[in-house]
Design a protein around this ligand. Structure first.
Ligand code: BDP
Length: 718
């Protein structure tokens, strides 16, 4: 089994379940259209039938020829199908990029019809049919109509031209090498295929901290090759751009978005891009954020900057995704009102209504930065006349960097399923806001920061691919449950064995909670090294610097007071109904307590446990749960491909060990800070650990470690 196949493994299935007695298995696939995307769709059906059903489908494009066969899959757009057999014409039109799958018996013919609203719809229909087969669902009386929830379903890749990837944990770039676009585009093409198989229709190929040189003419010609690799799968290429490009590569003296020469430069540049890449998707803009140049330097707003690009893109049908991730990373820790969480809303909500209709504000799920637990960003409810997209992070920057197992779909679901309580609305779920439904916006969607690399498993940890899969599925249909998504992925990847499904699904579905338990409790954030790698424990590394991921822990208590009454006022950015829930200690959910409030360590949670004892207990419980993942996985030896078995086993073992490091770092730090004993007497004993410095050492010496809590007893050997 080739790990690169990921969830498109096309493992053999029980044909009789899929085609029970009386249901014919097709011999031929008749492709009615000639587009590259439909060709991919028909090829995929061929591939899937061969792998799963050992049936080699005859590929046909000649309706007359094909009609000699009576058991057919027919694939095409609605228009093509109606032209082929007018009796099959749809009364109700399909939604853009949607499809209908039907089984039709007409005279002697037994037809499986894959009908797309358009070419992409046909491709998505083919992949959906193949998924049904992989799950051994009977295709009798099939009638399934689907359409994506939103127009924008993109991944962002943070690849740099030199081939490195910002926050990438799975090898080098599949696109770039040493400043150039790779010669070999096979991984890029396979990636587009994977993306399309879950309905993703766009991919931004370069780091949001963008290198302006990618917009040079010779680079655009190279990038066009990536777009060509994506095209047969209906994936549009887009680029992150640096706002100062007119100056950096255009030699203008300014990049003020309102300077006419700057607007003209962007127009010409965008026209040039479309010459090279006619189906270019658009641009992503990170500006005035973490040192990136932006319009604020000229006293211009994000809306003014976004619109200049939007107007250049409009004639070509392109869009601007302007990131809401704008904040000051030189905040004053001594100022009790300073609060990074406020920044998104403060910077954008007053601009509501000022963005052109092909601009989308791209908002991270939480107001800080992909922590293990955050409330949803209040900005989602703060823009009623602006298109929005939610940005989710597939690459596990703060959640274990693909060395720890963390299935993120349940986390994303908590964001998407949050009701913002927008006044005057019965429901205002984040998922409906970003698809554009709530405020009747023409556009919106989902962006996932994926950062796949050349690694054979694309993301490093083989089970991390469930996150990429899950992102695509949620973008298609955010109502799907975590359990459904996990089980689909497991079946597609490993087959339908009941034991495999039960073990893998359980591992996936519990993993976020386990990670949260041994890292950051009660909404305080991932207590990780904030300044550098964002990996491993570093309890107070966020404190007393300008980056604003503060936990405000002292000897008496912990948490950011974000209340309106006594704190930073952040909670007041939510609509009143939700603000009321967060503002009072009584109503605030425990899992967000320390995000919203500063409380003493002796404060009692809803189950009457004190905060400090909760911190101790969850860390021991989380580390134990991480250890138990290992024997659970070991029951699958021989039931999943060997290489995958050992790759996962190795990582789960490592995670079990690292969770002890996490556990002890956190509990010891809090113990020292609070001076309050663990009522079970565990803290300071480092259970399950062997101390190198207690051994007999030759040529090694014990040294003190900074920060002290990251090594047991504050010591390591060198
Ligand atoms: C942070 C990452 C940083 C990104 C930034 C962003 O640490 O590498 O550039 O987000 O999203 O989480 O712009």
């Amino acid at each position: 089994v080739d790990p690169q196949a990921a969830w498109l493994a096309y493992n053999a299935v029980d044909a009789q379940r899929v085609f029970p007695a009386g249901t014919a298995m097709p011999n031929t696939v008749l492709r009615l259209g000639d587009s590259a995307v439909e060709i991919s769709a028909a090829d995929e059906l061929h591939r899937g039938f061969e792998g799963m059903l050992h049936r080699i489908l005859r590929l046909d494009t000649d309706a007359v020829q094909a009609s000699k066969d009576h058991d057919l899959i027919v694939i095409g757009t609605a228009k093509e199908i109606a032209a082929w057999r007018p009796s099959l014409r749809e009364k109700k039109p399909l939604q853009p990029e949607g499809f209908r799958l039907r089984s039709v018996v007409a005279g002697k013919d037994s037809l499986l019809i894959v009908e797309g609203a358009d070419e992409r719809g046909a491709l998505y229909g083919a992949f959906t049919l193949l998924r049904m087969i992989a799950e051994e669902r009977p295709l009798t009386q099939l009638d399934d109509v689907e359409a994506p929830s939103a127009a924008v379903r993109w991944t962002n890749e943070w690849d740099n031209p030199d081939g490195s990837i910002e926050r990438g944990y799975a090898g080098r770039s599949i696109f770039f090498d040493k400043g150039d676009v790779r010669q070999d585009m096979s991984r890029a093409r396979e990636y587009a295929r994977l993306l399309a198989s879950v309905g993703i229709n766009g991919c931004t190929i370069n780091n949001v901290n963008a290198d302006p040189s990618l917009l040079r003419p010779e680079k655009l010609a190279e990038i066009a090759r990536i777009a060509a690799a994506f095209r047969p799968y209906g994936v549009k290429l887009s680029l992150s751009i640096a706002m100062n490009s007119p100056q950096a590569i255009g030699r203008l003296s300014t990049f003020d978005p309102l300077a006419p020469e700057v607007a003209a430069w962007w127009r010409a540049k965008v026209d040039e891009i479309y010459k090279a890449i006619p189906d270019f998707g658009g641009v992503i803009i990170k500006a005035d954020s973490e040192g990136q140049p932006g319009p604020l330097q000229y006293g211009r707003t994000p809306a003014e900057a976004a619109n200049v690009l939007a107007r250049a893109l409009k004639p070509h049908g392109g869009v601007v995704l302007y990131r809401g991730f704008v904040y000051n990373h030189h905040l004053d820790w001594h100022d009790p009102k300073a609060d990074r969480a406020r920044a998104g809303y403060d910077n954008f909500h007053t601009l509501d209504g000022q963005f052109d209709d092909n601009v989308i504000v791209q908002i991270k799920n939480g107001p800080i930065d992909f922590q293990v637990r955050e409330p949803v960003s209040p900005l989602f409810a703060g823009l009623h006349k602006t298109n929005e997209a939610i940005e989710l992070q597939i690459t596990q920057e703060y959640t274990g960097q693909q060395r720890h197992l963390v299935f993120l779909v349940p986390m994303w679901k908590t964001a998407l399923d949050t009701d913002m309580h927008v006044s005057g609305m019965r429901y205002s779920m984040v998922r409906d806001i970003v698809t554009g439904r709530t405020f009747r916006r023409p556009m919106g969607g989902f962006v996932g920061v994926a950062n796949v690399g050349l690694d054979d498993y694309w993301l490093g940890h083989p089970l991390a691919m469930a996150n990429l899969y899950g992102f695509g599925r949620l973008a298609w249909d955010p109502v799907l449950s975590s359990a459904t998504i996990s089980d689909e992925w497991t079946r597609l990847t490993f087959g339908n064995d009941a034991d495999v499904r039960s073990v893998v699904d359980t591992l996936l579905l519990n993993s976020w909670h386990i990670y949260e338990e041994y890292t950051g409790p009660l909404g305080v954030g991932t207590l990780t090294d904030i300044i550098g790698v964002h990996y491993g424990p570093g309890i107070e590394s966020a404190e007393r610097n300008g980056w604003g991921q503060w936990i405000r822990a002292d000897h008496n208590g912990i948490g950011m007071d974000r209340t309106v009454a006594t704190g930073t006022g952040y909670i007041g950015q939510y609509p009143a109904g939700l603000a009321a829930e967060y503002e009072t200690l009584k109503a605030c959910p425990d899992e967000l307590l320390l995000f919203m409030h500063h409380v003493p360590y002796t404060y009692r949670l809803h189950d009457h446990k004190t905060v400090i004892q909760y911190i101790y207990d969850t860390h021991y419980a989380g580390a134990t749960a991480a250890a138990v993942q290992v024997p659970a996985w070991e029951t699958l030896e021989g039931k999943v491909p060997d290489r995958t078995y050992f790759e996962v086993l190795r990582r789960l073992n490592y995670q079990a060990g690292h969770s002890l490091v996490w556990r002890d770092a956190v509990v010891n730090w809090f113990h020292r800070m609070s001076g309050i004993a663990d009522d079970k007497g565990r803290v300071g004993n480092y259970p399950d650990r062997t101390e190198a410095e207690a051994m007999q050492l030759e040529r090694y010496v014990p040294v003190a470690v900074t920060p002290w809590e990251t090594a047991s007893g504050g010591k390591a050997v060198v």
